[in-house]
Design a binder for this molecule. Structure first.
Ligand SMILES: Nc1nc2c(ncn2[C@@H]2O[C@H](COP(=O)(O)OP(=O)(O)OP(=O)(O)O)[C@@H](O)[C@H]2O)c(=O)[nH]1
Length: 460
C-alpha cells in the first residue's frame, strides 16, 4: 500500500503541503480483486467501483499528489472572490436591502465557510468528508439565496442565486483542476454571466423559465465537468497503477515476478529494521523437473498450462500478508515465507511438492509419469540479503536436482549428510538444524500428507 508521509508533521499548519514522498516506483501490493477492479475502471465499464481500503488510500494519495498546485489556485480563487465581494454583491443586489445585516451576515458566513473548507482541503482529510462538507455548503447557499430573494422581497436579484450557487460549485471545480483548465473555466463562467446579464437583467425581473434555463446552463456544465473530472482522474490513476503493477507481475501466471520479490524483500527488511525485529524467514526455490521435455512432448501451450497450474498450487501457500510466491524464471518459482522457522518452512514446501505430485499432471518422460518439482530452501536470518539467500537456495536446488529430483534439499541437509545421517535421494526426508547444530531428527512426509518425526537414533 502506498503511504503518504506528508500527511502528518510540522507543516500541517501551513496552507500547503510539501509534495508527498510516496514511492511511486514501489510495487503496489494488489490482490487479484484489486487488479480486476482497476481493469474495470480502466475499461470504463464500471465507474462506481467499491474500492478496497488499500486502493482507496492509493487513490487519495494520487489526488493529493496532483492537486498541490491546484489547491493553491483554489486559495487564490477564494481570496479573489473575497477581495472583489463588494463589486459582485452590489452588481447582484442593485437596491439596498431593508435589512443588509442579514445579507452581509449570510455572505460573510458563507465566505468564512469557504475559507474553512479550503483550509480543510489543504491540510487534507478524507474525500468523503470533503464531499459532504461541500454538499452541505452548497445546500446552505441555496437556502440562504432563496431566503434573501423571497423573504427580503427585492426584485432584480435574479443573478444573486446564480452567483451564490456558482461559488461553491466553482470552488469544487477549481479544486483538483489543472491550472489551465481552471483559468479557462473562470473565463467561460465570466462570459456566460455577462451574456445573460446583458440579455436578461434589463428586462422584467420576475423569475421566468429563461432565468431558470440560464441557471441550468451555468450550473449544469460545471456539475457535469466536475463529475467527468472525477471519472477521468480515477481513470488515469487506475491505468497508472495497473501499468505499474504489470511491471511487477508475470503475465503468464499472474504471480509477482523477480523484481516484485526483491522489492517486497527490501520492504520487509526496512520494516524489520525500523521495528528492531529479528525474525527468521524462509526462502525456497522450486523448479519443475524435466520441464523442457513437457514442451517437447506436448507443445508449448501445454507447457504454459502446466506452469499456470503449478503457480496456482504454489500461490495457495502464500497465506499470510507478507508471504510471497513469485515466478523468477522460465520454470522456476520462489517462495518467501515471512517470520517462519526453517522447520515450518520445510514442512510447507514439502507439502507443496506433495500437492503438485497429487495434482497428477501428465508427464510421459518422468519416472512416475507425473509432473514433479525439486526445491532448494534456506532460512534467512536477520540482516542476510536476498542475493545471498538466493545463492544458498540455488545451491540446494542444484543438489536436489543432482540427487535425483522430486525433493526438497535444504542447507541443513548437507550438514546432516556430513554427520552421516540419511541425506539420501528421498524427497520426503530432510533435517532440521537448530542453533547451528543438527538437532537430529528426520521428518518424513508421505504422499498422503502424514508427517512423522523420527529421532536421530530411532531405527529407520
Ligand atoms: N512453455 C513454456 N516454456 C518455457 C517458458 N519459459 C521457459 N520455458 C522452457 O522451460 C525449459 C526450462 O528447462 P530447464 O530448466 O533448463 O531444464 P528442465 O527441462 O526443467 O530440466 P531440469 O530443471 O534439470 O529438471 C526450457 O526449455 C525453456 O524453453 C514459458 O513461459 N513457457
Amino acid at each position: 500500500m502506498l503511504v503518504n508521509s506528508a500527511e502528518r508533521g510540522w507543516w500541517s499548519w501551513l496552507p500547503f503541503k510539501p509534495p508527498s514522498d510516496a514511492d511511486d516506483s514501489a510495487a503496489p501490493d494488489l490482490a487479484a480483486e484489486d487488479l480486476q477492479a482497476l481493469e474495470r475502471i480502466v475499461s470504463g465499464r464500471f465507474h462506481t467501483e467499491v474500492l478496497s481500503p488499500a486502493l482507496a488510500e492509493s487513490l487519495r494519495v494520487h489526488l493529493g499528489h496532483r492537486t498541490l498546485p491546484d489547491r493553491l489556485y483554489a486559495v487564490l480563487g477564494l481570496m479573489t472572490m473575497t477581495a472583489v465581494a463588494p463589486l459582485w454583491i452590489y452588481a447582484a443586489i442593485p437596491h439596498p436591502l431593508q435589512d443588509p445585516v442579514v445579507v452581509y451576515g449570510l455572505l460573510f458566513g458563507l465566505l468564512l465557510g469557504y475559507a474553512a473548507l479550503t483550509r480543510f482541503l489543504l491540510v487534507d482529510c478524507s474525500h468523503r468528508l470533503i464531499d459532504w462538507a461541500i454538499g452541505g455548503m452548497f445546500m446552505a447557499t441555496v437556502v440562504c439565496a432563496e431566503y434573501v430573494r423571497y423573504s427580503e422581497g427585492f426584485s432584480r436579484g435574479e443573478l444573486t442565486p446564480s452567483i451564490m450557487l456558482v461559488v461553491p460549485v466553482m470552488m469544487l471545480s477549481l479544486v483538483n483542476q489543472p491550472p489551465t483548465r481552471s483559468i479557462g473555466f473562470v473565463i467561460c463562467y465570466g462570459l456566460v454571466i455577462l451574456l445573460f446579464d446583458a440579455l436578461y437583467l434589463a428586462s422584467d425581473s420576475t423569475p421566468t423559465p429563461s432565468i431558470w434555463l440560464m441557471q441550468a446552463l451555468v450550473l449544469g456544465p460545471m456539475l457535469v465537468s466536475n463529475l467527468l473530472r472525477q471519472v477521468s482522474i480515477q481513470h488515469e490513476w487506475a491505468a497508472r497503477l495497473l501499468l505499474r503493477s504489470q511491471a511487477f507481475r508475470d503475465p503468464l501466471t499472474g504471480l509477482p515476478n523477480r523484481r516484485a520479490l526483491e522489492d517486497h524483500f527490501e520492504r520487509v527488511q526496512r520494516q524489520q529494521h525500523r521495528s528492531d525485529e529479528g525474525s527468521h524467514h524462509y526462502l525456497a526455490l522450486i523448479d519443475l523437473d524435466r520441464f523442457k521435455q513437457i514442451n517437447d512432448t506436448y507443445g508449448h501451450v501445454r507447457g504454459d498450462q502446466v506452469l499456470g497450474h503449478v503457480a496456482l498450487i504454489l500461490n495457495r501457500s502464500a497465506r499470510r500478508p507478507f508471504d510471497m510466491v513469485a515466478r523468477i524464471g522460465g520454470d522456476e518459482f520462489a517462495i518467501f515465507l515471512y517470520d517462519c522457522a526453517s522447520i515450518d518452512g520445510e514442512a510447507r514446501v514439502e507439502a507443496l511438492l506433495r500437492d503438485i505430485r497429487l495434482a497428477r499432471l501428465e508427464h510421459e518422460q518422468s519416472p512416475d509419469h507425473i509432473v514433479t518439482c525439486s526445491a532448494g530452501g534456506c532460512s534467512i536470518s536477520p540482516g542476510r540479503t536476498l542475493t545471498d539467500s538466493m545463492r544458498v537456495a540455488d545451491t540446494s536446488l542444484y543438489r536436489a536436482k543432482s540427487n535425483g529430483r522430486n525433493q526438497l534439499f535444504t542447507g541443513s541437509m548437507e550438514r546432516g549428510q556430513r554427520l552421516g545421517l540419511d541425506g539420501g535421494r528421498s524427497s520426503r526426508t530432510y533435517y532440521d538444524e537448530g542453533g547451528g547444530r543438527a538437532s537430529g531428527f528426520t521428518i518424513i512426509v508421505n504422499d498422503a500428507g502424514a508427517i512423522h518425526r523420527r529421532a536421530k537414533d530411532e531405527p529407520r
